[in-house]
Design a protein around this ligand. Structure first.
Ligand SMILES: [Zn+2]
Length: 232
């Protein structure tokens, strides 16, 4: 019954620890952090794409510039009118393309600036969330410390108690405990089981009181201490 009391105590302590408000807040905060982190990755890749596209346009711009200079040089040394006309048309076409490339690059630079702004905002948000996380963890740890200390003491007590039990009895206890997901033993309290609170019939009661000192509750199947001094 002392072991049962220790197991109930461990369940209560775990509930207390899980029930600390910081725990839920921390879970919510971690979800929020993951969300902002995803946003950060998205904006980083957008920034990178813009940078790449700008680089390509700049390369194209350089190549158009070189081609224009070449066409211009050819005009200067052109032999006839037809050649000049063709080269002039080429120059005009190159100039139109350059204008378009410059316009596109400008648009992309605006996007890049916006992405950089969002990057900075996201970074700030992440830093703020990280500070909140640290505060919550520290508050959770200090409030949880008392509960954890008691848990540690109860676990030590549990070790001593299990070490003192005969192996066969401990095995029966652990089986019942695992089946019930809580404590493995109860005692006869008046005419009912202290574990499941179900009242026994006269027949069940007679069978229990005439049976071994440690029987089994026919309802919840916990070990049932029928007689002897009950420690609660
Ligand atoms: Zn029972």
């Amino acid at each position: 019954m002392e072991l049962t009391a220790a197991d109930y105590q461990l369940i209560r302590l775990k509930k207390q620890l899980d029930g600390l408000p910081q725990r839920q807040k921390l879970l919510d905060l971690r979800a929020k952090q993951a969300e902002v982190q995803r946003k950060a990755e998205q904006v980083n890749s957008l920034y990178h794409e813009c940078e790449q596209a700008i680089k390509q346009l700049q390369d194209e711009e350089a190549s158009l510039k070189a081609k224009s200079a070449e066409a211009q040089a050819q005009i200067d040394t052109a032999a006839n009118y037809k050649e000049v006309t063709n080269l002039t048309l080429e120059l005009e076409s190159l100039a139109r393309r350059r204008e378009k490339v410059e316009f596109e690059a400008l648009k992309l630079m605006e996007r890049l600036d916006k992405a950089a702004e969002v990057q900075a905002q996201v970074q700030q948000a992440l830093e703020k969330l990280s500070r909140q996380d640290e505060e919550l963890v520290s508050s959770f740890q200090s409030e949880g410390a008392a509960i954890q200390k008691e848990t540690f003491i109860t676990e030590k007590l549990r070790e001593q108690l299990t070490a003192a039990l005969p192996a066969e009895l401990l095995k029966r206890y652990e089986q019942a405990r695992q089946a019930k997901g809580g404590a493995g033993a109860a005692h006869l309290e008046g005419s009912h089981c202290s574990g499941c609170r179900v009242a026994f019939t006269d027949g069940q009661l007679a069978k229990l009181t005439q049976g071994p000192e440690i029987g089994e509750c026919p309802h919840c199947h916990r070990l049932l201490v029928v007689s002897g001094e009950v420690v609660r």
